[in-house]
Every structure is written in structure tokens, then in C-alpha cells.
Design a protein around this ligand. Structure first.
Ligand SMILES: Nc1nc2c(ncn2[C@@H]2O[C@H](COP(=O)(O)OP(=O)(O)OP(=O)(O)O)[C@@H](O)[C@H]2O)c(=O)[nH]1
Ligand SMILES: [Mg+2]
Length: 336
């Protein structure tokens, strides 16, 4: 049957059955492949820093994108839901290539908007995935809501470099500003690595400074640190504060190397390392962060028992981040 159609010379022929959904997927793939991809792919010649701007509807994401670009590229409007889909915009600033990703605001969960809500969350997650650095935009007049905390949790889960920008700073008087600063510093206590900027996307104040933090965060996330330097810092840290005794034996941290980047992952070999608690891990993370100026990026730690290097090969990054997220959520809900 197909062969007969072929003879007519129409080009490629797909045999389908619409009623039985046979061959439809292949057909759709073929049809869609003819269209250009919506997103720039991660080709090696794309050296731009990809920056996703995320936040609730109407916080001023598109206004910020325009302000960073220096011209009106995307539509802004005083109504939630103005931006409907992620938009990738390449541009250059002071010799550095960037791709800004304007995203649709993540909506509150309601029955009526359920489909839109799901769509916007999926789109935001994809933008976070596609980005090197996320700028999380908050509304100064509303502070950090549960929705913001959820979204931040997603950024932490993805291990993305992060800059926080508190927008609409122009509308606040001095005492309101102090109040906002105070509330946020308490609520963002668990994300101590991210720089916080107070900006007005509308008037432009503070926007220029974002680029410095974005670049620093990108650099920190991609940095490769030499093993001897790492070990020197580890030994100094252990000397200054020895790890705890477990069942009468001291936990030994013998050796460290970098196991990955974006985010940086440090793999530490030693004895009884699985008994190490959160406080000591945080101490090590803070020490590495300070020693190597790892600003704006989460840091992962992985521990390996020296006796058997293949035992307990576990990536502690994701559970840590999940815990961190839980703590953050509890914290936010408590403070409400
Ligand atoms: N006062 C003040 N208003 C701002 C600021 N930034 C944005 N706005 C206003 O906030 C409204 C929403 O701005 P948008 O940039 O469209 O917001 P958005 O986050 O892109 O919204 P969605 O696309 O719907 O998610 C507009 O009326 C902006 O003029 C700011 O810094 N100060
Ligand atoms: Mg918008």
C-alpha cells in the first residue's frame, strides 16, 4: 500500500492509523523536526552565561529583562500572566555574552488555574535547568511568600548558582526598607551563599550591580580547584577544628579532590566519614567557600570510606539540598 503512494512521488510517506493512534508519534516527530528549536541548544560554540529570571507573576521579571538589555524587548504590564512562555534573548555586555531567559510567572495553586499553574511551573523548572545562574526576583512589598519558598526549593534541588533580587525597592520608605531587610535575612538564612540585591527594575537602580554577582556566581559554579590547594585547606580546617570522636575514635579526613562542577562537588576520603554530622559538614563547606571565594553557588560534599573506596558511594548533594529545602519551608511557614 505505502509503495503505491511512493510511486506518486510525494516524498516521504508515513502510514498511520488515526483511530488506533498508530504511527502518529513518528509522524509528529517528523513534522516538528522541520521547525527550528525554541531554545538555543548547548552547542560548544555557545559561550554565553545563561541567566534565568524567575519569580511570581507581576514581580517585574520582564521589566528587569528590558532594563538589563537596555531596550524594550519584552512586554511588561501591570497584570499577572503577561509573559506566557520562556523567551531566550542573547546579548553582549562589556565583552561578555549572556542569554537572558524571561519566564512566565509561577502562579499560586488554585483549582481554576490548575492547568496554567502546572504549565508555568514546568516552564520555570525548564528555565532553571537551562540556566547557569538563576536570578530569583522577589517583590519588596510582599516579602518572601510560600510560593517563593517553593520556587527557591526548586533552584536548590537543581543545584543552580543563584542571585536574589528584591524588586520594587523604589516604592518603600526607610522604615519599610529596614523591615523588609530584616524579614528577608531571617527567611533566607538557609541560603547563605546567594547575594541579595535591592533593586528597582522600573527605575534601574541597582540593576547594573546584578551583572557582577551573576558573573561571580557563574565563575564560582564552574571553577576547577587544584587538588594540592584543596588538601591544604582541608588539613588547615581539620587542624583548626578537629572532627568529632565516634565510639572513641576520631573521624579522619585524609584526602580531598574535586569531583565535579556546576555546582562544585568536593569528594573527601577518610575513616568513619559516614558518622559526620551536619554541623561539621557545614563548617567544611563554609571553609571551602571562603578559601576559594565560591560566592553564589551551592557546594556539594561527598564522603568516601578509605578502607573500601567503593563502599558507601553516595552522592550527599541531593539529600542535603532536600533537607535544606525542608528547613527553609518550615522556617518560612513558621515566620508567617
Ligand atoms: N514601582 C515599581 N514597579 C515595577 C518595578 N518593576 C516592575 N514594575 C511594574 O510591575 C508591573 C509588572 O511588571 P512585569 O515586568 O510585566 O512583571 P512580570 O514579572 O514579567 O509579570 P508576568 O510576566 O505576568 O509574570 C508593571 O506594571 C511594571 O511597571 C519596580 O521596580 N518598581
Ligand atoms: Mg513578564
Amino acid at each position: 500500500m505505502s509503495a503505491e503512494f511512493h510511486r506518486l512521488g510525494f516524498g516521504e510517506i508515513h502510514a498511520i492509523s488515526a483511530a488506533h493512534r498508530r504511527g502518529i508519534d513518528t509522524l509528529m516527530e517528523k513534522v516538528l523536526s522541520a521547525f527550528p528549536k525554541m531554545q538555543p541548544d548547548n552547542s560548544p560554540d555557545d559561550t554565553s552565561i545563561k541567566v534565568a529570571i524567575i519569580g511570581r507573576p507581576n514581580v517585574g521579571k520582564s521589566t528587569l529583562v528590558n532594563r538589563m538589555l537596555g531596550y524594550e524587548r519584552v512586554i511588561t504590564y501591570d497584570q499577572p500572566g503577561t509573559t506566557r512562555d520562556s523567551i531566550f534573548i542573547p546579548f553582549e555586555r562589556e565583552g561578555q555574552l549572556y542569554t537572558l531567559i524571561d519566564t512566565a510567572g509561577v502562579r499560586r495553586r488554585t483549582k481554576v488555574y490548575e492547568t496554567i499553574e502546572k504549565f508555568s511551573v514546568i516552564k520555570a523548572l525548564q528555565a532553571i535547568e537551562a540556566a547557569h545562574v538563576v536570578i530569583m526576583l522577589l517583590d519588596a512589598r510582599e516579602g518572601m511568600t510560600d510560593q517563593d519558598a517553593n520556587l527557591l526549593g526548586n533552584v536548590l534541588d537543581a543545584g543552580r548558582a543563584l542571585v536574589i533580587a528584591v524588586n520594587k525597592w523604589d516604592g518603600l520608605d526607610q522604615s519599610q526598607r529596614e523591615q523588609v531587610r530584616y524579614n528577608l535575612s531571617r527567611k533566607l538564612h538557609f541560603i547563605d551563599f546567594a547575594k541579595i540585591h535591592y533593586i528597582s527594575a522600573l527605575h534601574g537602580s541597582g540593576v547594573g550591580n546584578l551583572f557582577g554577582s551573576v558573573k561571580a556566581a557563574w565563575y564560582a559554579a564552574h571553577r576547577q580547584i587544584k587538588t594540592p590547594r584543596l588538601n591544604q585547606i582541608l588539613q588547615d580546617a581539620v587542624m583548626a577544628h578537629p572532627p568529632p570522636l565516634i565510639r572513641g575514635r576520631r573521624v579522619k579526613l585524609r584526602y580531598v579532590h574535586q569531583g565535579g562542577h556546576n555546582p562544585p562537588l568536593f569528594v573527601i576520603h577518610g575513616n568513619q566519614v559516614n558518622s559526620l554530622r551536619g554541623a561539621y559538614k557545614r563548617y567544611l563547606i563554609n571553609t571551602f567557600r571562603e578559601a576559594f571565594a565560591l560566592e553564589g553557588t551551592p557546594i556539594g560534599l561527598e564522603f568516601k570510606q578509605s578502607e573500601n573506596p567503593y563502599e558507601g558511594r553516595k552522592n550527599t548533594l541531593t539529600p542535603r539540598q532536600r533537607k535544606k529545602r525542608q528547613r527553609l519551608m518550615q522556617h518560612v511557614k513558621k515566620k508567617k
